[in-house]
Design a protein. Structure first.
Length: 214
């Protein structure tokens, strides 16, 4: 199963959602529910306090969505966290988060940290944060293969922990061998693959991997 979650971030940063619709079910978050319905995509469930929609829009949402989880604005979790927790409980193979970048920076950083919290749940899905220019995901220590993409030319590796140990990049324009990368380092920004695929590996820490295009 693939679960796509659409939050209420700026519409101009959304990719073409129909490109991600195959074999996927949709979940709406707050104003993201309205964005889905405008595109004739009906979410199986929706979460939010819906303080970012008008009363007219909310009435429309209530008439279209069968399972609507409405919360008070004063709560301990963000709407996205509630939706992501639900998605993880469904045991999907992949979870994609859309509408989670742009606009308010506090929401952006919170959503990146949701990826971190979710990575602590064993045997869970691969989780990707996607917008029009970027695909973001986290990796824990190990060895990974990345394939060249005609769209996301650049690949960046950003430490999310204080230290990332023994980072090795092979098949990249700027290779590395067993380098120690500290939080705050920009050493691994905007790298590129020089062949059809490359590998990266490290032994300690957590990396944010960002695949981007201009």
């Amino acid at each position: 199963m693939i679960i796509n979650i659409l939050a209420g971030g700026p519409e101009d940063l959304l990719p073409k959602l129909t490109d991600f619709a195959e074999n996927a079910v949709w979940v709406g978050v707050d104003r993201g529910v309205f964005h889905l319905l405008k595109r004739d995509i009906k979410p199986v469930i929706a979460f939010g306090d819906f303080d970012s929609v008008s009363q007219e829009e909310l009435t429309f949402i209530e008439g279209e969505v069968t399972e609507l989880k409405r919360y008070k604005p004063e709560k301990d979790e963000t709407d996205m966290e509630l939706a992501l927790n639900w998605a993880i409980d469904q045991n999907p193979k992949i979870i994609r988060l859309f509408g989670a970048t742009g606009g308010r920076l506090d929401h952006l950083f919170a959503n990146v940290h949701l990826l971190l919290n979710s990575s602590k749940v064993k045997n869970t899905a691969e989780i990707f944060l996607i917008d029009r220019q970027n695909i973001v995901f986290l990796k824990e220590p190990g060895t990974y293969k990345v394939e060249k993409s005609p769209y996301e030319k650049y690949i960046s590796f950003v430490p999310l922990t204080l230290n990332v140990s023994n980072l090795t990049l092979e098949g990249f324009k700027f290779p590395l061998k067993n380098r120690h990368i500290s939080l705050g380092s920009t050493l691994c920004i905007s790298n590129e693959l020089i062949s059809d695929y490359g590998t990266f590996s490290f032994s300690e820490g957590i990396l944010i991997v960002i695949r981007s295009h201009d």
